[in-house]
Ligand binder design. Structure first.
Ligand SMILES: Cc1cc2nc3c(=O)[nH]c(=O)nc-3n(C[C@H](O)[C@H](O)[C@H](O)COP(=O)(O)O)c2cc1C
Length: 206
């Protein structure tokens, strides 16, 4: 059995890359998809348990929330828990949600960090041509994050104010309408281009 495990969800590869890099640095590490698996039997004895996933609408993807909610952590009470969310820029309350979720399960989230990466939010704008410079910056930002996880550092998770949360819920709602409507331009391009197969035209699967 490996000593470390990372649960990953990734629509377009950013979070998967981060998970793989953390796994390579820690060694002895399993990587499990939170997108493919809906339930996972977690045996005891892990030293570190990580969650790596993108931010969607200033929150965690529903699949991630559901997966963690179902995950039994009782056999790994003494593990070091961390979460990394990859973002276009605004993490909102994503990591705070995960902290609260783990707390409700009787576990502490020791370390949590957002990492800005090249954004895949193509619903609202065309792909930018700054991928190389943005990726270089992400690599620079990733180095201390990785070191912190290797050193089992503990940090505080900050969130955002209720007014901003309200705006975010509004954005989430409008996108559900866009993605769900067969008449919607955004919905159609979003469904057509969804490499993860998570969106279906006429329904909202995120
Ligand atoms: C539906 C959707 C909603 C998103 N919402 C946010 C957001 O609220 N804040 C943000 O910074 N990035 C947002 N993004 C961008 C992603 O979080 C970012 O590109 C992430 O690195 C993608 O990771 P992945 O390649 O592992 O899927 C969103 C992307 C999608 C597809």
């Amino acid at each position: 059995m490996n000593k470390n495990i990372i649960f990953v969800f990734s629509g377009t590869g950013n979070s998967l890359k981060v998970a793989k890099d953390i796994a390579a640095a820690l060694g002895d590490c399993d990587i499990i998809s939170m997108g493919r698996e809906t339930r996972y039997y977690l045996i005891g004895g892990y030293e570190t348990i990580g969650f790596v996933f993108p931010t969607y609408y200033r929150g965690e993807p529903i699949k991630v929330r559901e997966f963690i909610t179902r995950l039994n952590l009782q056999r790994n009470k003494n593990a070091y828990y961390y979460a990394v969310t990859t973002t276009g820029r605004y993490e909102g309350n994503t990591l705070r949600h995960i902290k609260k979720l783990l707390k409700r399960k009787g576990t502490t989230l020791h370390y949590a960090k957002a990492l800005d990466m090249f954004s895949n939010y193509v619903i609202a704008y065309d792909m930018r041509d700054t991928v190389e410079e943005e990726t270089k910056k992400s690599e620079i930002d990733f180095a201390p994050l990785l070191q912190a996880i290797k050193n089992r550092e503990i940090n505080q998770v900050r969130g955002i104010k209720p007014l901003v949360v309200g705006v975010n819920y509004f954005c989430r709602l409008t996108t559900i309408i866009f993605a769900g409507s067969p008449l919607s331009f955004f919905g159609r391009s979003c469904c057509r281009d969804c490499v993860a197969g998570l969106l279906r035209c006429g329904s909202w699967a995120h």
